[in-house]
Unconditional design. Structure first.
Length: 705
């Protein structure tokens, strides 16, 4: 990425070149989830909801059906993502009441979400096919994925370090069994146009070579903060079935994403705590001329799967991932209750490099009439973070939110080269056994030993802090199935998570902290019936707390406790009508902290959250309509609970039309989000606000050849 002109326009050839490079690297061995992972592209008149019997990734527990998983899960297929014209992870999961979008897609920190009131860790909370993935600063290219899975709750055993809110796992598209080719063109209100090609198939006498290629180009203006987006992406998935027992795969993703828009509104606490201002129109332009976010992202995975015996499979995978983010962003520090502010521009470069090796063996055996499903594994993961040496944070002027002062950011630039600012290393051994006593009763037991080190460095390369941690984290869950379509479960998990660094707005900006300890208890029920399914869970989470105190110092102090209830259901209310909805009730508080903070509500945790969507099929032959709504209750913006973000409700609607013309399947999709054009703020982190997205219409036409 060029630092001289990071926002220069690019061409689709970048994506094509990336795909070509991916193909040249196929001499290496391949990725995870090989056996039985191949899919068939199938044109459907309507998109059916995923059943609880469909499998989801459970990390070190292997792939299991949602019905047989002792945790709360959610999976959204690529068909539904495409039908809803979703462009961000928050839109993919917006109909899960446990998920909160806390950053718009057009910003310097997009793709940030919360689950169960807890923000996911950008560097450990988002996976691709269950392995490490860098999620800081960019939206993942959704066109490359077959599904997006959310595993809610503490996931330390399944995946290692991570926020107790949960894990997001992107599942890549696989080679198709038949030759396929589709081309799509989309339009987003504001002017952005997207082209997408998806092709796959198999080669060889017995179809032993499989391929899947996706290419995307997007360019134009968007309504969010009157911004823009320029994006090129490519995804390549290859498989070679060497023998019936041996398979090699290679997966690669490339994306260059440049966006303009996204300004932080900072609720300062000095000289007095200022109130949350009235929400702005979603298309209000705030950012300076020349501000924006430019991220170049690559991921490649090689691996091998070998069937040792009919019920035993070994997997070895290697993952490398790089992300370089260059940005200039405005931060409006409020100076009055009338919306006055000081504009501070930050120019910065951040780079992240991940390497991960993981090996697993899973199988089944019987002892004394008891069935055992075992997973054994080891993992090594390294992260190197780099930053620009000189990162100016310059106050450039003042203004008022009712009439923002738009200035040029040309004179604010990072300099001095880059330096290694932080490294982390994780090494782990894990084992689990799902012990089936009978068709009704089973016990899941597992343990993960992790050796972790987090090192921080000065701009001169001097080690300034080191936080080692060695811990064994257990998992235990009891499941009871009174019937084949019903599961009752209770589970307990412990884990560690990498602590957040102090925000740049605090006195001790960028200070690192020791890892936080977390533990969770959960009890729930999952039911699958012919015309409906439902899940309900009660959970209790405890974790170390971090917050900004009255002296504007970010501290690690006390405990955050989260007690909640989740209920989600899908109902086939009539032959052509399905309704999906959910609700989360949450009581989250800060305990054992400094006076003035203990007993306060946990920052960013809403008391109530709900969502619902309905799909009416065959309104006319091939035509389906969908409507939906999301409600987010009020949430505290700071540890002292001085400011509370007001509740808001959003509405969406759209249609999907499919029909065959001239022997080709034509699909037309349209969607309008935030139909009422509601003005609202989104919470990003303590005392940080972003403008909520305005009413936006989208349209797409796809042809399957």
């Amino acid at each position: 990425m060029s630092s001289k002109n990071p926002f220069a326009p690019s061409r689709l050839q970048l994506a094509l070149a990336a795909a070509g490079l991916c193909a040249l690297h196929f001499s290496a061995i391949a990725a995870e989830d090989v056996g039985g992972a191949l899919s068939t592209v199938e044109v459907k008149a309507t998109v059916e909801k995923k059943k609880l019997g469909d499998s989801v990734s459970s990390g070190a527990l292997g792939r299991k059906s949602e019905l047989d998983t002792p945790f709360s899960t959610k999976s959204v297929s690529s068909d539904e993502i495409e039908d809803r014209l979703a462009t961000s992870i928050s839109e993919v999961l917006k109909y899960d009441a446990s998920v909160t979008a806390i950053s718009p897609p057009i910003s310097t920190h997009p793709a940030t979400i919360q689950m169960r009131g807890l923000r996911l860790d950008d560097l450990n909370g988002y996976k691709v096919n269950g392995l490490a993935n860098i999620n800081r600063g960019t939206e993942m290219p959704l066109e490359m994925f077959e599904s997006v899975e959310a595993l809610k709750g503490l996931t330390g055993y399944m995946y290692g370090f991570g926020s107790p809110g949960g894990i997001i796992n992107y599942v890549t598209k696989r080679p198709t069994t038949e030759k396929t080719f589709s081309a799509a063109m989309g339009y987003q209100e504001g002017g952005a146009i997207k082209e997408h090609i998806d092709t796959g198939g198999r080669l060889g006498e017995d179809g032993e070579f499989g391929y899947r290629l996706n290419l995307v180009h997007e360019d134009g203006d968007v309504k969010q903060e009157s911004g823009s987006i320029k994006r090129n992406a490519a995804g390549l998935n290859l498989e070679w079935r060497v023998t019936r027992d041996l398979a090699l795969t290679y997966d690669a993703i490339y994306q260059r994403r440049r966006s303009v828009g996204g300004t932080d509104i900072i609720l300062t606490n000095t000289p007095i705590p200022f109130k949350i201002p009235a929400a702005l129109d979603g298309d209000t332009k705030l950012n300076s001329i020349g501000a924006g976010n430019d991220v170049e992202y690559t991921l490649a995975t090689t691996g091998v799967e070998y069937r040792l015996a009919p019920d035993w499979v070994a997997n070895v995978s290697y993952r490398t991932s790089d992300s370089t983010r260059v940005y200039k962003k405005d931060q409006y520090y409020l100076t009055s209750n009338k919306g006055d502010y000081r504009d501070r521009i930050t120019s910065e470069l951040h780079g992240y490099h991940f390497d991960q090796v993981q090996a697993t063996v899973d199988g089944k055996f019987n002892i004394a009439g008891l069935s055992n499903e075992v997973v054994l594994g080891t993992m090594s993961q390294n992260l190197v973070s780099t930053s620009s040496v000189v990162t100016p944070k310059t106050y450039v002027g003042t203004g008022n939110l009712s009439a923002p002062s738009i200035i040029s950011a040309a004179s604010v630039n990072y300099s001095g080269g880059t330096y290694r600012d932080e490294t982390t290393r994780q090494e782990a051994l894990f084992a689990s056994d799902t012990l089936k006593f009978s068709d009704a009763w089973s016990l899941v037991a597992g343990a993960r030993y992790t050796r972790f080190t987090d090192n921080a460095y000065s701009t001169k390369g001097v080690l300034t802090a080191s936080y080692p941690a060695n811990k064994t984290t257990p998992t235990v869950a009891l499941m009871f199935k009174p019937a084949a379509d019903t599961t009752l479960y209770a589970s307990y998990v412990e884990a560690l998570e990498q602590a957040a660094s102090a925000p740049t707005t605090t006195v001790n900006a960028n200070q690192t902290f020791a890892p936080l300890k977390s533990k969770q208890s959960e009890a729930g029920v999952k039911m699958e019936r012919s015309w409906w399914n439902a899940t309900a869970s009660l959970f209790h989470i405890e974790r170390g707390a971090q917050y900004t105190n009255a002296s504007n110092v970010y501290v690690s102090d006390g405990q955050s406790k989260y007690n909640g209830l989740e209920v989600n259901s899908v109902v086939q209310a009539a032959k052509n009508l399905s309704i999906e909805g959910g609700i989360m009730l949450l009581d989250a508080s800060l305990e054992d902290a400094a006076p003035g903070y203990s007993g306060k509500r946990a920052v960013g945790a809403p008391r109530r959250q709900a969502s619902i969507q309905a799909t009416l099929r065959d309104v006319l032959p091939g035509l389906a309509l969908h409507v939906g709504s999301q409600y987010l209750g009020e949430l505290p913006m700071d540890a002292a609970n001085v400011n509370t973000l007001p509740a808001y409700t959003l509405f969406d609607a759209g249609f999907n039309y499919r029909h065959r013309y001239f022997g080709k399947m034509i699909s037309v999709r349209a969607n309008i989000s935030n139909i009422a054009n509601r003005k609202y703020w989104t919470y990003y982190q303590e005392n940080y606000l972003n403008i909520g997205a305005p009413r936006t219409a989208s349209l797409s036409v796809r042809v399957d050849f």
